[in-house]
Design a protein around this ligand. Structure first.
Ligand code: 13P
Ligand code: SF4
Length: 303
């Protein structure tokens, strides 16, 4: 049990460890507030690659902490709650991907960062939702592409690039749940609002949206837009981020409980305990890490 003020303990321990606390936009408000850096998957990966801290505390889900470890193998990377995973990442395994590659031996494998280190290691290049279009456009037209694992993001890229890809059958259960009916209800309630969604939503949603962006992209879009009201097709933690950065704008979640449970596992208390006990440290097999790093670095080099 920690005694005294948890926030003060975290600040003092952070100094002692020369640590940096990174948080994703879907994290609870108190975690976003205590973090040194809050961002989308791409920004978190960049921060991890560039940070001079000795310890990276990753407040997000496992694939984010693994990416940080792969990009900064000499640093200690801590995921405060080891159970925080991503159900979409669990929808692709390295052995399934190897089988798919045997079926299409000349294809380039583009892998969304929401995957395990082992799946990244089987891939040619990674992408996040903020750079997926750029990554796919960087691949020569005559090359087939296997896109893993998000079929919704994959379909969105197909509509934007006109490029046919071999899609995996994965999806984010949180974003995929948003239906056109939910969206229509919100649009009737808020006829002035623009519709802004994450590309993990289904094609019938992205096709109806005014803006389809990663979380960081949506923040930039909403901040810069002259509109005052927005229907938001992404996770509820991001409403807090938006209220903080643009308090004058009104945002309405596209459905009521738009929640990623895994993103809510981290609390101030288990964050403090994880810093006290230096748990859970993320480790990635060195051979897997070398290959996965190549795929991540190819992505970082083009975006
Ligand atoms: P972003 O890269 O847009 O932050 O998305 C990560 C994610 O897990 C979305 O569900
Ligand atoms: Fe994974 Fe979806 Fe949660 Fe993002 S919101 S971490 S894709 S389950």
């Amino acid at each position: 049990m920690l005694k005294g003020n948890t926030g003060e303990y975290i600040a003092a321990r952070k100094k002692e460890l020369n640590a940096v606390i990174m948080a994703h936009y879907y994290q609870p408000p108190e975690i976003q507030d205590i973090a040194d850096f809050v961002g989308d998957s791409l920004q978190l990966a960049r921060q991890a690659a560039e940070s001079s801290a000795e310890v990276i505390i990753c407040c997000g889900v496992k694939f984010m902490a693994e990416s940080a470890k792969i990009l900064s193998p000499d640093k200690i990377v801590i995921l405060p709650c080891p159970d925080a995973g991503c159900p979409m990442a669990d929808m692709a395994t390295a052995s399934e991907l190897r089988k798919k590659k045997e079926q299409y031996p000349d294809a380039i494998v583009v892998t969304y960062v929401n995957t395990s280190a082992e799946v990244k290691a089987e891939s040619d290049i990674c992408c996040t939702s903020s750079n997926a279009l750029k990554v796919v456009r960087s691949i020569p037209e005559d090359k087939e592409i296997i896109f893993v694992p998000d079929k919704n993001l994959g379909r969105y890229i197909q509509t934007q690039t006109g490029r046919k890809m071999i899609l995996w059958d994965g999806y984010c259960p949180v974003h995929d749940r948003l239906t056109a009916d939910d969206l229509n209800k919100q649009r009737k309630l808020h006829p002035q609002a623009l519709t802004t969604v994450h590309p993990e939503c289904q094609p019938e949603i992205t096709a109806r949206a005014d803006a389809v962006r990663s979380t960081a992209g949506l923040l930039e879009y909403i901040k810069g837009s002259p509109a005052q009201e927005f229907i938001l097709g992404t996770e509820t933690g991001f409403v807090y981020t938006l209220n903080k950065h643009c308090p004058d704008k009104k945002v309405y979640l596209a459905y009521n409980d738009f929640i990623c449970p895994d993103m809510k596992f981290i609390t101030l208390e288990n964050l403090a305990l994880s810093m006290q006990n230096m748990e859970t440290q993320i480790e990635v097999d060195s051979q897997v890490s070398i290959k996965a790093r190549e795929a991540l670095e190819r992505m970082l080099n083009i975006s």
